[in-house]
Design a protein. Structure first.
Length: 118
């Protein structure tokens, strides 16, 4: 049972939850999201629980990826397709989905109508 996924100082869900519980991280997320901070932190844990490869990534890289998504006001739930947290070796990276690009384009005010063809 010496799996790195269970170490508080390593990787995995326990390490992620431990980092999310620190005052500095909680303040940072609260300042970005206000009352939505709790839901957002639960969404981070949910994404990692649903993606075993992310459990081998450094927790800080997961949180940084999620914060990037939060600053763009895009949800990280992978089923929605706006943004993803993707594992690359031992680090997680933010990756915008096509719906995220569409959302940002529409929000920019430079595009009124967007037609997609298959």
């Amino acid at each position: 049972m010496g799996n790195s996924r269970t170490g508080i100082n390593g990787t995995g869900i326990p390490a992620l939850k431990s980092l999310l519980a620190t005052e500095a991280i909680r303040k940072q997320i609260k300042s970005l999201l206000g009352d939505k901070a709790g839901h957002f932190m639960m969404a981070i844990v949910g994404v990692v629980e649903g993606t075993p490869q992310l459990q081998d990534c450094k927790p800080q890289s997961i949180i940084n990826s999620a914060i990037t998504s939060a600053t763009l006001d895009l949800p990280i739930e992978k089923n929605l397709g706006y943004a993803y947290i993707v594992p690359y070796k031992d680090k997680a990276q933010f990756q915008m989905g096509y719906k995220g690009y569409i959302q940002l384009a529409l929000r920019s005010g430079h595009i009124n109508i967007l037609t997609l063809l298959r």
